[in-house]
Design a protein around this ligand. Structure first.
Ligand SMILES: Nc1ncnc2c1ncn2[C@@H]1O[C@H](COP(=O)(O)OP(=O)(O)O)[C@@H](O)[C@H]1O
Ligand SMILES: [Mg+2]
Ligand SMILES: [Zn+2]
Length: 370
């Protein structure tokens, strides 16, 4: 059987399944129950947070055959996901749901034809749904074509624009749409979803490994799921932290925090030895330095203002946050030199043939000898 990418297999098929976007879901779920979908939507937010998924949910709500024939099911405000129409939408080949990638050449042609295309009634389903992805890439001509349609959308048309860069969408367009802002995924939410996938797929994976995958996905469910996918394809069904570290070239939280502790309180020889070991492990040192800077920055921020703890809740596991809070109690103004030296080293090492040297020099300059 061909391997179905995890992120496709586990794409939420109901509003209920969509994580972390409660506000959006409430509004759309209610609209679906009451049959009050808008004619134009604008979805903005970072990659991998559910924009395309939600657009397809709307397409299914609009065209689901079970909903059309069964009023009590319709009142649930979800698609059935089993009728031929729902299935065709999931597979991306329902003729009346047109997905356009504005970033591609084909997309430009398709937008050019949009004005005519929206006039033609749908061939099989009640609604023609146009999903325009990467909408910020549209040209001026394309925006004009779109504006005409938005000014007088035919009754059978739903337009959904998705973008990661909403500031590039002309106000004339965005003011004619119902707008939703998708949030970056919180670390815990990503971990929760990965755990669920692991259970269903029979993958054994440690919490630290899951945490590193989720951290490196930087707020994108898709990136996290794709990484898990790669690990499964690459290895076995038992994934360790070391495997994740090797795959992405980033160290896990424990190594990061241990090294940062040495910088805050250890001696030069201890820190140099730990660094040499990390280099031997084949890790990307610029990436590592960036992670150390981020770690110490959080320590510094919390040392100055403990209330900012809530800011980091979305980005860190609870036990990791506690370690950073503990470290912040030992942070002094003298450590600001350290942070500055690391930032300078980071700037240099990205262009250096020997990235370890700027980092070692930074340590030599700021850490006590013994
Ligand atoms: N809010 C979410 N809840 C659960 N899974 C999600 C969510 N957002 C994205 N995903 C996962 O990431 C994949 C890609 O999501 P997608 O909707 O295509 O993101 P984008 O915002 O880039 O359009 C989905 O198939 C799903 O597995
Ligand atoms: Mg998308
Ligand atoms: Zn259906």
């Amino acid at each position: 059987m061909p391997h179905l990418a995890l992120y496709r297999k586990y794409r939420p098929s109901t509003f209920e399944d969509l994580l972390g976007q409660e506000q959006i879901m409430k509004v759309l779920h209610e609209a679906a129950k009451q049959e009050k979908l808008a004619h134009a939507y604008l979805f903005a937010g970072p990659r991998g947070t559910g924009k395309t998924t939600t657009a397809r949910l709307i397409a299914k709500i609009a065209n689901c055959e079970t909903r059309a024939s069964n009023a009590s099911f319709r009142a649930k405000g979800e698609p059935c996901n089993t009728c031929a129409t729902c299935r065709a939408i999931d597979e991306g080949h329902l003729i009346d749901v047109i997905e356009i990638d504005a970033a591609s050449n084909r997309g430009i042609d398709e937008i050019r034809n949009l004005k005519e295309s929206v006039r033609v009634t749908p061939s099989m389903s009640p609604y023609k749904v146009f999903i325009i992805d990467e909408a910020h890439m549209l040209t001026k001509d394309a925006w004009n074509a779109l504006l005409k349609t938005l000014e007088e959308p035919p009754a059978h048309v739903i337009l959904i624009l998705a973008t990661t860069e909403i500031e590039k969408v002309p106000p004339t367009i965005s003011s004619r749409t119902q707008k939703f802002y998708f949030k970056r995924a919180a670390l815990q939410e990503i971990v929760k979803k990965l755990k669920k996938i692991a259970v269903e797929e029979g993958i054994k994976i440690s919490n630290e490994a899951l945490n590193l995958i989720a951290t490196s996905a930087e707020g994108s469910y898709r990136d996290a799921e794709s990484l898990l996918d790669q690990l499964v394809l690459f290895g076995d069904t038992h994934i360790t932290l070391e495997e994740v570290e090797r795959m992405i070239g980033k160290v896990g939280f424990d190594t990061l925090s241990h090294f940062s502790e040495l910088l805050l309180e250890g001696t030069l020889d201890e820190a140099l030895a730990a660094l040499a070991e990390i280099e031997n492990g084949g890790f990307n040192l610029a990436q590592f330095t960036k992670d150390v800077i981020k770690y110490l920055r959080r320590v510094a921020v919390l040392a100055t203002n403990p209330k900012m703890e809530s800011l980091f809740k979305e980005e860190l596991m609870e036990e990791h946050l506690q370690m950073i809070i503990k470290a912040s109690k030992r942070f002094t103004t003298a450590h600001i030199n350290l942070l500055e030296a690391l930032i300078e080293a980071y700037g240099e090492m990205r262009y250096s043939q020997f990235p370890i040297i700027p980092l070692e020099v930074a340590l030599l300059n700021v850490l006590p000898k013994k």
